[in-house]
Design a protein around this ligand. Structure first.
Ligand code: NDP
Length: 490
């Protein structure tokens, strides 16, 4: 399974009102991390592009009857769309692998399929959604109706461009909204093809729009008076700016899926240490660690520290870096800025006293691609940079504990709370840890999200708030109205 990177010509520009459109804002360059000789000259959406797009989206919700029609009618279109995405799986996966860090084989096995799954799952939620009749006296009738907001701004990051976009646009559309999606400037192509398939499936034009941009487009979109709610995934720093902009420009509701510093809490009685080591390594090296819910801290009970560390190191040594069109376990780091950031944090961490147990260096190949060695640092210092920063690279921070209480205290991070894992063969220990880990998701004897859409995902504290997926990830695109009827009881 592979493709020839030199022969791919991706869709370009934006997708506005059901058509591809060239953007008219500032130019920017987009470089493939797997093929740095390939450069795409793109343009950001200008303020005029944004105004026109939001106005088309707002008009389309009303003129198409999308919000008012039966959820079953919306679901029919979303199901057709999902079938088309499945049918064009390979082509979409190539576009995903062309400029991002997602390997083609993983995009075909997972990312594109997740888009189709999201469309089907949220179609099902739309069809089965129920509102309440409340417990009033008989001379009154009170019920709630969940209404779409109108136009949703969705801002998605570069690390899983398709999946993280689908977590937003599928529920928002299923709930009866229009969507203006701002993909990362680093990965705009795959989602354009998905949008085109929506039109082929019968989605009314103007309901799903895409505005590319590199610097300023996201903020302009959040501020726009025609945007009714904002769903953002990205860094904690930018998430805070999104929240401030949304508060200052219309007090719009926002949901933020932000950074993490996930713990992998391993008790000495964990069953099958080989399997645990597989999961630990996957947790920090999947997508080269460019994962918001990466298991970036290994908190291990002292009695098995040495054995587990040796198993983890063995596996890390077996990982293979390479471009996204090969079946590699370590895809490229997305760009030079991100690589420099990883290097700088590792350097600061060791300067501050963390012990470097393996890795620690960037890897550059002859074609100009950049990777980072799987790295393990050891430190118990909660002021160390490797503890405080979301590194977004294959860098694992190791610490040990003795008692259950100490393990929980170390696994809980003072700022982040997106996802954590606990490994033990004792069910009581596992459930007590799940209760006490202050994290939006806890995996027991596992790391990583299943492709399944039924379980909500989202963090606490600086990892954000509001859920993607699950019923909560559908409900957040609806506002609840209470209706009171005063009845004349005969
Ligand atoms: P950012 O979190 O900085 O997000 C960039 C996106 O946010 C762009 O689309 C940008 O649009 C938009 N944006 C920037 N400012 C605003 C604003 N004020 N209002 C609305 N939108 C805005 O991600 P980066 O790609 O720059 O990555 C930086 C770091 O973030 C990484 O090193 C990594 O640590 C972390 N990260 C975390 C992710 C996660 O899932 N938790 C995902 C990706 C990155 P525009 O270009 O138009 O300004």
């Amino acid at each position: 399974m592979s493709f020839d990177v030199n022969t791919i010509s991706p869709p370009r520009g934006g997708f506005v009102g059901g058509c591809y459109e060239p953007m008219t804002g500032a130019p920017f360059e987009l470089r493939s991390p797997s093929a740095p000789h390939i450069v795409f000259e793109e343009r950001s959406a200008s303020q005029e592009d944004i105004d026109r797009c939001v106005s088309l989206a707002s008009g389309a919700v009303k003129s198409s009857g999308w919000a008012a029609c039966g959820p079953r009618d919306r679901a029919r279109i979303l199901h057709r769309w999902a079938d088309l995405v499945d049918a064009r799986l390979e082509e979409i996966a190539i576009l995903e692998a062309l400029v991002g860090s997602r390997p083609y084989h993983e995009a075909t096995e997972r990312d594109v399929r997740v888009v189709a799954m999201a469309l089907r799952q949220f179609a099902a939620y739309a069809e089965t959604h129920e509102s309440a009749v409340t417990a009033t006296p008989h001379h009154q009738l009170s019920y709630t109706r969940d209404m779409p907001y109108g136009v949703v701004a969705a801002i998605a990051p570069w690390n899983f461009p398709l999946i993280l976009s689908a977590w937003k646009f599928a529920p928002a559309l299923a709930a009866g909204n229009a969507v203006v999606l701002k993909p990362s400037e680093l990965t705009p192509f795959s989602i354009l093809r998905v949008a085109e398939l929506g039109i082929e499936a019968g989605l009314p034009k103007g309901l799903f729009n895409i505005l590319p941009g590199a610097g300023g487009t996201g903020a302009a979109l959040v501020r726009h008076p025609g945007i009714d709610t904002v769903s953002f995934t990205g860094s904690t720093v930018t998430g805070a700016k999104v929240m401030a902009e949304a508060a200052a420009h219309g007090l719009k509701p926002v949901s933020l899926e932000l950074g993490g510093k996930g713990a992998q809490l391993v008790f000495a009685d964990a069953r099958d240490p080989d399997h645990v080591a597989d999961l630990i390594v996957r947790g920090i090296t999947y997508n080269s660690g460019q994962v918001c819910f990466a298991g970036s801290r290994l908190v291990v009970q002292a009695a098995i520290r040495d054995r587990l560390l040796s198993l983890v190191e063995q596996r890390m040594n077996g990982l293979v870096e390479g471009p996204t069109w090969q079946k590699v376990s370590l895809p490229p780091i997305i760009n030079a800025t991100q690589l420099a950031r990883i290097e700088a944090i590792v350097q600061t961490a060791t300067d501050q006293g963390a012990e470097l147990l393996c890795g620690g260096e960037p890897i550059a190949d002859a074609q100009g691609r950049s990777f980072f060695q799987p790295t393990i640092l050891q430190s118990s210092d909660t002021d160390n940079a490797a503890y405080r920063e979301e590194i977004f690279g294959p860098v694992l921070l190791l610490d040990t504990f003795e008692s259950f209480e100490e393990g929980i205290a170390k696994a809980n991070h003072p700022e982040f709370g997106l996802a954590a894992s606990v490994y033990t063969s004792n069910l009581d220990t596992a459930l007590a840890a799940a209760d006490q880990l202050d994290s939006g998701t806890v995996w027991i004897n596992h790391w990583g999200r299943a492709a399944d859409m039924t379980s909500p995902f989202g963090g606490v504290r600086r990892s954000g708030f509001g859920k993607d997926m699950g019923r909560a990830g559908y409900q957040k695109y609806l506002k609840t109205k209470s209706v009171w009827v005063e009845r004349a009881v005969p």
